[in-house]
Design a protein around this ligand. Structure first.
Ligand SMILES: [Zn+2]
Length: 268
């Protein structure tokens, strides 16, 4: 081996080392941003615990969340002025239909009321119900641009995709597939989310760390926080996640789902 080829090999090996360590450190940022990953915090079903526990927790660290509120939410009816204040304060109210239908029979969900079983819905009924919920939410927050969350993650009526009929009404829709896509991989008609049920703060933080390493979007889906729903995480676990996000704010962009969807649309 002559001197020249030995030094070439050395440069090549150093290059590999720099490439690997560079990748591990992940100095990459999101297009047009200084942060490495995106976190969106979403809360379903418009329940009292959102007003009592979640909004105060988010406000204490200055984050804005997304609340998917069905139009028939009891909490929305009883505490409408509080929900109005939540929206005014910058949190997002998202469409989650009017009566929260889900596939019942076909998915063997006993708790789905036969009256609101998507298995017996027509597309017209589903679309009307979703549009009606938009009118209701517009009366509360004045917004004309909105996002949607599939109820139970269910997306079809009689094998036909609901999104195709509602896509002009929404920027994006949240699904329930546990996945963290990079910006170029995001499917706006079905953005995945991780549903939290009895997860610890550490579980949630490790998901965020994964998103930081891979420059991804991670959407959390919560129901109860410190009670209020049978799918629940503790107040302590939720608070641990929020504080981790706050401490790492320079690397993590925390934003409502609609802001994320609009960002994805313009930056990929
Ligand atoms: Zn729901």
């Amino acid at each position: 081996m002559n001197k020249l080829s030995a030094s070439k090999i050395l440069i090549f090996l150093l290059g590999i080392i720099f490439f690997i360590t560079g990748k591990n450190m992940n100095s990459q940022t999101l297009p047009g941003k200084t942060q490495k990953c995106i976190v969106s915090l979403t809360y379903d079903d418009g329940i009292d615990i959102d007003l009592d526990n979640v909004v105060p927790a988010l406000d204490s660290v200055g984050f804005k969340g997304t609340f998917y509120v069905p139009a028939n939410s009891e909490s929305l009816n009883k505490r409408m002025y509080e929900w109005k204040a939540v929206a005014k304060n910058g949190h997002e109210l998202g469409n989650h239909t009017s009566f929260h239908p889900c596939n019942g029979k076909s998915k063997k969900r006993d708790w789905v009321s036969p009256d609101y079983d998507m298995d017996i819905y027509t597309m017209r009924r589903m679309v009307d119900e979703i549009k009606l919920a938009n009118v209701m939410l517009k009366a509360i927050d004045g917004k004309t641009v909105r996002t949607f969350a599939y109820t139970c993650g269910d997306q079809e009526i009689n094998g036909e995709n609901v999104w195709d009929k509602i896509k002009d009404e929404f920027v994006a829709a949240r699904g329930v597939n546990g996945e963290m896509p990079t910006i170029d991989q995001v499917k706006l008609n079905n953005i995945g989310s991780y549903m939290m049920a009895n997860n610890s703060g550490e579980d949630m933080i490790s998901l965020v760390k994964q998103a930081m390493k891979t420059n991804s979007l991670i959407v959390f889906l919560f129901h109860g926080v410190g009670g209020g729903h049978n799918i629940n995480v503790s107040l302590e676990a939720h608070s641990k996640l929020l504080h981790f996000l706050k401490q790492n704010e320079k690397d993590i962009w925390v934003a409502p789902f609609i802001d994320v969807a609009e960002y994805v649309k313009t930056n990929r």
